[in-house]
Each structure stands twice: as structure tokens, then as C-alpha cells.
Write a protein that binds this ligand. Structure first.
Ligand code: RBV
Length: 487
């Protein structure tokens, strides 16, 4: 007999333990071994104290604790987290409008939303807005270094929210926190990078039937989802939030541009003016970084693999060249490709003394730090958030924020500006509403966000900004819909 006295679903504790062979003696479960796991009901009651059928386990895993059980000065953390959230909320008119609607209509009543995102103040407003709309929410980070523990603690005080996000977790803890979130047995998932969708498909496929759908925040996540969809492996519908105009024309371009440069400047106290700034990748994020760096009087060099983008960068007035050439002249290298091995051994070998290396792509695989470490004869923390790698010939190559998403992972980083995240999270919020309201319209796979939802968010923002705009007349609409008006 297993008596569950911890948080969450007993089925998941056991499924996880069996699947991963990561069984540990646990004070949270009491058990007695006698019959096979396949006698378990598919979805057993999720209650503390529930008595569970006997199974063949000899021990069980410990539940990963929410942030409130991990901090020393919890009260001070909660207060500071709430202060940060209040500041963000004051500058998020879209979330305010959407939140008012959700408060009134309670569209998420009875729903369970699992989230893996950068847990800081703006994200917290999204989490709270969904919870205030009636959902039970479990949230964790989507990057080991982007969480603000105080904000996570403030969220965890909400009666409908459990936050497992903690800054500085190792790989094991990162995935244990994801497991803890999945333990909610979600009906909806909200991801930034697709780690949640991947973990559910790989380790908890039995939960998929209960999931109505999901939403994905970022380019890399959408890319992974489309690859999964192409393989026929994606088993529930997910909105590609990243691909909306209201997201990528603002968040990816202005958000990444501003926050990456701000984080690097604050971390190093160095100027952009007169520097050769190498921007790897000229997608939406690269465009933003290049534009803002040029605006700070840097000399921008773009590297690309796609001929039209390379041409676009060239016509924009930037220098375009292969990374092998850029490596010799660059002062700052900023990767935004979403791909791996963009700056590698041969490039490190030809770089100048004192260069800065930073990544603004979702994962920390764009700069080959293993190769850099291999080349280095010494390595030390040059400043908070800056690791210097010293080469045999005395050159120092400085890596910012461990090559992780620099706008969120450096010690001083705050993520994108509030205004752009208001837009991105406004889309996230209405996507969750749409997925639940019109579930029948979305089959398994990646879905574009309906344009009407994107426009709804744009209109709220324009109204908040006091910007009026024109509408088509009936004649114009008729003209735009016709093909028979020639010369
Ligand atoms: N991003 N979130 C923040 N919460 O401060 N800043 C950036 C924040 C998101 C952004 O939308 C991007 O697509 C994603 O992080 C990359 O992981």
C-alpha cells in the first residue's frame, strides 16, 4: 500500500520513478510492495493522503519542493518579488485589459496550466493573470539562470499557483522542477523553448489525452515543434505564439536588441561606440541586435548562411562576411542564430585579445565553450557575469553569462523591456483562452495564431497608447476583395 502524503499525483511519482530508474527512499511516500504497476488506474485521485493500490516499487522519488520551501528569508523575497511585479504591471496595459476580462468571465475555471518560462516580473503577471482567470497553475523556469527567486516566491503565495522556479539550478534540478510542473496533470501547457512539451511526450505520454493544447513563446521552441510535427510526433495542438506579428516584430526585434545590448553594457561597463560588433544570424533577433548596435555607433558586421538574409543585411549597410573573417576583426560577438556551433575553435584561435562573446539565442550551444575551455591555459571570473578564458599566447576571450541567453542570464539582466513582453504575453493569454474555447477547431500539430487575436492585442495597445488609426470604407473593402477592376 502506498500512502501519498506529498504534493501532486501519486501516479506521476511512480511513473517517473519506474521510467527513469531514479528511485530514492522518500519521506513523502509510505509503501508496501506487492503487485505490478499496471494495476494502477490511469488517473488516480490527486489528493494528499490518498491511498494508492499496491505496486512493485521498493522506494520512490522525493517530490521537488516549490520555491517557498527553498529560500531562507522568504518574507523579504516575497515582498521584493511583489514590488517588481507591481512595477511591471503598471506598464502592461494589455495584460490589464485581458486580466479584467478574465476576472469577469473566469475562462479557465477548472483548468490546470503547466508553464515553463523565464520566471521574472513580467512573466509573473502572465502567470497571475491566468490563475486569476480561474486556472490552477504550476510554473518553473525555462533557463537555469533566468529566474528571479524573489518573483518566484511572490508567485508561490497565490492560492492557485505553485512556483518551482529557482535561479542557478543544475541540470538535474532543472528537469526535476519540470517534472514537478507536469505533476499538475495539465490541461494546457505554456512553454518557452519546448522543454515541457518534450518532457510530456517523452516521459508522460499517458497525460496527452487530458491536454487540450498549448502555446509556445519562442523561435527555437516553434522550430522544435515544427520538426516534431513533421515527424508526426506532436500529439496535441500548440499555438506558435512566436510567429505572430505582434510578437516577433517587437519582442524579437526590439526586445532582443535592447535587452541584449543593455545586459552586455551593464555587465562589462564598456562602450558600443567604435566597436566592431559581429552579429551572427540576421533573423528577427539579429535584425534587432544589428539595428540597436548601429544606433549605439558600433560598426556592425553580420554573418549569415541564408543568401537573401545576407543580401538584406548588405543592403541595410552592414558589412557581411563569413565568421572566419569576422573572427579576426570583431570586438564583440553576439550570436542570434538558434543553431549550434556558430563560434568554434578555429574562430577562437584568430580572435583579438579582450573580445566579448555573448549569446542571445535560446540555448547555450551557439558558442562552443568546450572548445574554448580546451584551448584555455587559464580561466577566471573577470567580473560578475564575465568569465575570462586565457589563451596560451596571453589573449583573453571574455564569455558573458556562460554563453546563455545574455539578456536574461547575466546577473544584472532583466529580460526584454516590459512593453514588449506585455504584447507577447497578451498573445499568450488570448491563445490559452482560444485553445480552451474552440478546442474542436485545433487538431494535433503546430497552429498559427488566428490573425484576429493578434489584431485584438494590437488594438488594445494602440488604445492604451492613445493612438487612433483609420478603417477601410465599404468601397475600399469591396475594391480590395475584387479582381475585375483593371486599368
Ligand atoms: N523573453 N522573456 C523575457 N520575461 O523578461 N525576455 C525575453 C522576460 C522571452 C522572449 O519572448 C523570447 O522569445 C524568449 O524569452 C527566449 O527564451
Amino acid at each position: 500500500m502506498i500512502e501519498i502524503i506529498g504534493r501532486g499525483s501519486p501516479y506521476l511519482f511512480i511513473a517517473f520513478a519506474v521510467k527513469h530508474d531514479r528511485l530514492r527512499p522518500s519521506s513523502k511516500l509510505e509503501y508496501d510492495v506487492s503487485c505490478p504497476t499496471n494495476t494502477l488506474e490511469r488517473r488516480p485521485p490527486k489528493r494528499f493522503g490518498s491511498v494508492f493500490p499496491p505496486v512493485t516499487l521498493c522506494s520512490a522519488m522525493t517530490a521537488y519542493p516549490p520555491i517557498s520551501e527553498q529560500l531562507d528569508d522568504l518574507e523579504a523575497a516575497r515582498e521584493e518579488g511583489r514590488r517588481k511585479m507591481d512595477w511591471a504591471a503598471q506598464h502592461m496595459p494589455i495584460m490589464e485589459a485581458v486580466g479584467d476580462e478574465f476576472d469577469a468571465n473566469q475562462p479557465f475555471e477548472g483548468e490546470r496550466i503547466a508553464m515553463a518560462m523565464h520566471v521574472e516580473a513580467k512573466t509573473a503577471i502572465l502567470v497571475e493573470t491566468l490563475a486569476d482567470g480561474g486556472a490552477e497553475v504550476a510554473v518553473t523556469g525555462c533557463n537555469p539562470l533566468s529566474t528571479h527567486d524573489d518573483v518566484s516566491a511572490a508567485l508561490d503565495t497565490h492560492e492557485n499557483i505553485t512556483s518551482y522556479a529557482k535561479r542557478g539550478v543544475d541540470d538535474d534540478e532543472y528537469y526535476e522542477a519540470i517534472e514537478a510542473v507536469i505533476d499538475l496533470e495539465p490541461t494546457v501547457t505554456v512553454d518557452d523553448g519546448m522543454d515541457l512539451v518534450a518532457a510530456i511526450h517523452e516521459d508522460y505520454p499517458e497525460l496527452i489525452d487530458g491536454i487540450v493544447g498549448g502555446a509556445e513563446e519562442t523561435t527555437t521552441g516553434v522550430h522544435r515543434l515544427r520538426a516534431m510535427d513533421d515527424d508526426g510526433a506532436l500529439e496535441y495542438p500548440v499555438f506558435a505564439v512566436n510567429d505572430t506579428p505582434m510578437k516577433r516584430l517587437f519582442d524579437n526585434v526590439h526586445g532582443t536588441g535592447e535587452s541584449s545590448l543593455a545586459s552586455i553594457a551593464m555587465t562589462t561597463n564598456l562602450s558600443w561606440a567604435g566597436k566592431n560588433v559581429v552579429v551572427a544570424g540576421y533573423g528577427y533577433c539579429g535584425k534587432g541586435v544589428a539595428k540597436k548596435a548601429a544606433g549605439q555607433n558600433a560598426n556592425v558586421i553580420v554573418t549569415e548562411v541564408e543568401p537573401r538574409r545576407a543580401l538584406e543585411a548588405h543592403m541595410e549597410g552592414y558589412e557581411v562576411m563569413p565568421m572566419a573573417d569576422a573572427a579576426e576583426v570583431g570586438d564583440v560577438f553576439l550570436t542570434t542564430t538558434g543553431n549550434r556551433d556558430v563560434v568554434v575553435r578555429e574562430h577562437f584561435q584568430s580572435m583579438k585579445d579582450g573580445v566579448l562573446l555573448a549569446n542571445a539565442g535560446h540555448f547555450d550551444i551557439e558558442i562552443d565553450l568546450d572548445a574554448l575551455d580546451d584551448l584555455a591555459v587559464d580561466r577566471y571570473e573577470a567580473r560578475d557575469g564575465v568569465e575570462a578564458y586565457e589563451m596560451e599566447d596571453g589573449r583573453r576571450l571574455n564569455v558573458i553569462a556562460e554563453g546563455r541567453l545574455v539578456n536574461l542570464a547575466a546577473p544584472v539582466s532583466l529580460g526584454h523591456p516590459v512593453e514588449v513582453m506585455d504584447q507577447s504575453f497578451g498573445i499568450q493569454a488570448v491563445c490559452v483562452r482560444e485553445m480552451l474555447e474552440n478546442a474542436d477547431e485545433y487538431d494535433a500539430g503546430v497552429h498559427d495564431v488566428p490573425d484576429e487575436l493578434d489584431k485584438e492585442i494590437a488594438e488594445i495597445k494602440l488604445e492604451a497608447e492613445g493612438v487612433d488609426f483609420d478603417s477601410l470604407t465599404d468601397t475600399q473593402r469591396e475594391y480590395m476583395g475584387s479582381w475585375d477592376h483593371g486599368t
